[in-house]
Design a protein around this ligand. Structure first.
Ligand SMILES: NC(=O)c1ccc[n+]([C@@H]2O[C@H](COP(=O)([O-])OP(=O)(O)OC[C@H]3O[C@@H](n4cnc5c(N)ncnc54)[C@H](OP(=O)(O)O)[C@@H]3O)[C@@H](O)[C@H]2O)c1
Length: 337
């Protein structure tokens, strides 16, 4: 019997605005024996790649859906290694991508619905929390379901340099759409140009409404930000525009996502869809895994990632994310901490 540390990242206090040190705690007090811990028909997972994502901040509010429990590990998407298994379809030594508590080892009881990642494309495991993971699924499935893109359409993507936005930009270009993309720094604009975006601008230094007035009207709006950005897009929409409400990161720290121009939904016959990616899994997940890892391996879908280390890396990545520090997907890789 060998007990090892089962470290975890616990939720310690509800942040007031931006996440601050102490809101999450790296707790190393728990122990586990991976060889003998009872699985009760489930599987034992060792987490290797964690996925700091914007929605995690919303689960730290008391009205999150559902909110994180104080004193318990936070949950998020992760890639994990299967250490032991009592499920015939999941072999030890394979890898799983799913929503898990952030601790080194997790006994997952009802694993029958999970499937190991075949990774026939041979891409790095970190990609399975980014372009080949939940953010990539969001872009791929949301675009397929709601964009109704036609060659020559004009699309605007806000928050375009992150893992969701940068994937959507490339899907739009593959469909022959003119892409207007906004982000918060010059290096992000350069990245977006490399992905093929036609018009890029820094929303912090350039008037959003002026750009949309000059380059619009827009037929498709992929919204990652909400608030004033959504208002400007409503104003600049074409008749029959499709609005895809993917996220409202502009309001996650404040809870304020108010908009004024909703009446344009009526006058311009806009269709607006909000969605959570998991609701589209039954329709698209199989196609996603058949298609996307290979597109990434072949370089046909480009992605970028910034790697942080350990549970502290998750905290730092969540902080950097809301300060707009890095382009691409922020990932945290666990060692033996
Ligand atoms: N519906 C779903 O199922 C689903 C699934 C995944 C993600 N999402 C949503 O999709 C959006 C993009 O997700 P992602 O993973 O690709 O994240 P992301 O773009 O990497 O998010 C971080 C970026 O958001 C921007 N940002 C941060 N605070 C902001 C603020 N107050 N106002 C405006 N921009 C701000 C920053 O970029 P700049 O430097 O450009 O400001 C930052 O680098 C998020 O809203 C997320 O919640 C939805």
């Amino acid at each position: 019997m060998v007990l090892v540390t089962n470290a975890r990242l616990t939720f310690n206090s509800i942040p007031d605005g931006h996440l601050k040190p102490g809101d999450l705690v790296h707790d190393t007090s728990n122990k586990i024996d991976p060889d003998t811990v009872p699985l009760n028909g489930g599987i034992l997972l060792k987490l290797i790649v964690l996925s700091p994502d914007p929605f995690m901040r919303t689960l730290m509010n008391s009205d999150g859906e559902p909110p994180y429990d104080l004193g318990e590990p936070i949950n998020g998407f992760a890639v994990a290694f299967v250490v032991r298994s009592e499920v015939s379809t999941i072999k030890p030594g394979t890898h799983i991508h799913t929503f898990l508590p952030y601790q080194n080892y997790v006994v997952f009881p009802n694993a029958d619905l999970l499937a190991s990642l075949p990774n026939e494309a041979g891409i790095p495991w970190t990609a399975y929390v980014g372009a080949a993971g939940m953010p990539g699924q969001t872009a791929y499935m949301g675009w397929k379901e709601y964009a109704k893109a036609k060659k020559g359409d004009v699309a605007f993507m806000s928050g375009a340099a992150g893992p969701v936005g940068s994937f959507v930009v490339q899907l739009a270009k593959r469909d022959g759409v003119k892409v207007i993309a906004s982000a918060g720094s010059d290096s992000k604009l350069k990245f977006l140009k490399e992905l093929g975006a036609d018009v890029v601008f820094n929303y912090k230094t350039t008037s959003l409404s002026e750009v949309l007035k000059k380059e619009g009207p827009i037929d498709i709006f992929w919204d990652n930000v909400g608030g004033e950005t959504l208002d400007a897009a409503l104003y600049a929409a074409n008749l029959g525009a499709r609005f895809i409400e993917c996220g409202m990161i502009g309001g996650y720290n404040t809870g304020n996502v108010g908009v004024k121009n909703l009446y344009h939904l009526v006058t311009k016959s806009i269709s607006m869809h909000g969605f959570i990616v998991t609701t589209l899994w039954p329709k698209y997940l199989e196609d996603f895994y058949k298609e996307v890892p290979k597109l990434i391996a072949d370089g046909e879908i480009k992605h970028s990632e910034v790697v942080y280390k350990g549970f502290q890396g998750v905290e730092k990545a969540l902080e950097d994310m809301f300060n707009g520090v890095n382009a691409g997907k922020l990932v945290a890789v666990l060692g033996d901490d």
